[in-house]
Design a protein around this ligand. Sequence first.
Ligand SMILES: CC(=O)[C@@H](O)[C@H](O)COP(=O)(O)O
Ligand SMILES: NCC(=O)COP(=O)(O)O
Length: 238
Amino acid sequence: MPALGVNIDHVATVRQARRTIEPDPVWAAVLAELGGADGITLHLREDRRHIQDRDLQVMRQTVQVKMNLEMAAEEEMTVIALSVKPDQVTLVPEKREEITTEGGLDVVANAAKIKTCAEQLKAAGIEVSLFIDPDERQIETATSLQVDAVELHTGRYADAVNALAREREFEQLVTATNLGIDHDLLVHMGHGLTYRNVSPIAEIDGVSELNIGHSIVARALMVGFEEAVREMKSLITV
Ligand SMILES: CC(=O)[C@@H](O)[C@H](O)COP(=O)(O)O
Ligand SMILES: NCC(=O)COP(=O)(O)O
């Protein structure tokens, strides 16, 4: 049964729509914990389009479960992570013009830069995960960098246009999960998971963490944050 990491980015998206003080993602993190979240994930983007530095600082003081900071492998973000000391950092790709993360980190092409960042984080006692596509070369290279985990990008599975395409993407995720486990990596998954598509993912043997955000925030607008998390937690508890 995978742990549930609740990504609260898009609570901050609503707040930033008016550049005001509410809704506060800190409130959402507390309610997520009350709803059964095993972790809180937040993405401090270089463009600060949603989560702000203040949110990260306050949540470090208030989050009582695992705190997972998503960030680009850039010097500015590394300095912040070393100062705040989240439990885990997940290195993700960022492009300014993207609506959301479009693909996995290209570990193969950026190995040296990612290695430097990961070594600094691990030396500070921070677990390191790499957000990658379910691709053999990316997993092999991640292993060589001696990170703790990979988070497999589930976007192609989530966006599949029909059942055949979804099954193909699902099988690729299963194969990549087995490869990651064979290389002694923790295997997480995330991006685009919803109440409708999460169950088969939650049943994959060996997946230890699911990071889910946008769908929970969307449901929370209707039923409240604690209930939305409780419903997702019960869905993945197989
Ligand atoms: C890496 C990933 O898929 C998400 O955790 C990421 O946070 C997406 O970016 P936005 O939250 O800005 O949509
Ligand atoms: N790394 C995936 C994540 O944290 C949440 O992604 P999404 O559920 O908001 O698509």
